[in-house]
Write a protein that binds this ligand. Sequence first.
Ligand code: ATP
Length: 298
Amino acid sequence: MTRIAVLGSTNMDLVAYVARAPQHGETVTGREFRTVPGGKGANQAIAAARSGAEVTMIGAVGNDDFGTRLRATLDHSGVDTDLLRTVEGPSGTAHIVVDDEGGNAIVVVPGANGTVTALHYDDEAAITGADALLLQLELPMDGVFAGADAARRHGVRTILTPAPVQPLPPELLEATGLLVPNEHEAAALTGIADPHEAVTALLRRVPEVVITLGAAGSMYASRFAEPVTVPAPQVRAVDTTAAGDTFVGALAVALGEGRPMEKAMAWASAAAALSVQRPGASSSMPYRSEIDAEAAAS
Ligand code: ATP
C-alpha cells in the first residue's frame, strides 16, 4: 500500500453565514453557524486516506475541545495520528464569514500549528518510510523546511502546495520535487498572470510543476518534458471548498502507486470533480471505489 506522510495544519473552521459581511465597526446578525474540521494539512491527509493510502499526519493540535474533535476526525478517516501532538493552548482556528454572494472573509489563528517549528525523531522516521511527503504553508516556514529537508535527504518525493501563498525561501524550493499551485498562487509567485507562461518561470526553481486550473483542469510541466494539460470532467459544481486538497491527496496516492503523471492527474481530477459536486470540505472527499468509477466513466 502507498504510504503518505503529511506535515501540515489542523484547523477548526468556524463559519458564520450572513446576508452581507459587516463593515469595520459594524455588527450584523448571522443566519447560521457551523464548526467544520479543516486545515490544509488535515484535508490533504483525509483525501489521501480515502484515496487508498496509509497516511501519517505530523503536526499539532491544542489541548482544547477543538483539538479532541480534530484528532477524532482524522482517526475516523483512517489517518494515523500518533505523530499529531497535543500541545498546551488553543488549536488552530479559521474564522470565516460567508455572505449571500458566496464571497468570504477569513481570519486564521495558527494556535497549535504555530508550535511546529522542527521535527521530532519519530517524524523523520515516518517521512523516511513514506512514498511522498505532502507539505503546505499553514505551519511555520522552519517546520515546513525541516520536513522538506528530511525528505530530500532520504530521497522521498516532496509535494508542496504553496498556500497561503507567500514568498518561498530558496532552500525550501531546492528541497521541493513537485510544486502544486492553483493559478492564482502561480501568478502570485511569479508575477505572471498566464499559467502557461508562469510555469516556465516556476521550472527555474523546482523540477516539476502541476498548476490546477479549476474547471479547466490541470497542467503539468517538468524540466524534461513539454507541458501537458489534463481536462477536468464536466460536472455541476455546488461547493469547490477543498477541491485543491482533494486533487493533491489523490495525485500523491496515484503517483505513489507508480502511475505516470498524466494518468495520475486524470485520476486526481476525477476525485476533485466528485468533491465539487457535494457540499463540505473533507466530508465531500470521495473514496477510492468512487474515484475509480468516475475515472472509468470520464
Ligand atoms: P480550493 O481552494 O477550492 O480547494 P484550488 O483553488 O486550490 O481549490 P482549483 O484549481 O480551483 O484549486 O481546483 C483544483 C482541481 O479541482 C482542479 O484542477 C480540477 O481538477 C478540480 N475542479 C475544481 N473546480 C472544478 C469544477 N468546477 N469542475 C470540475 N473539476 C473542478
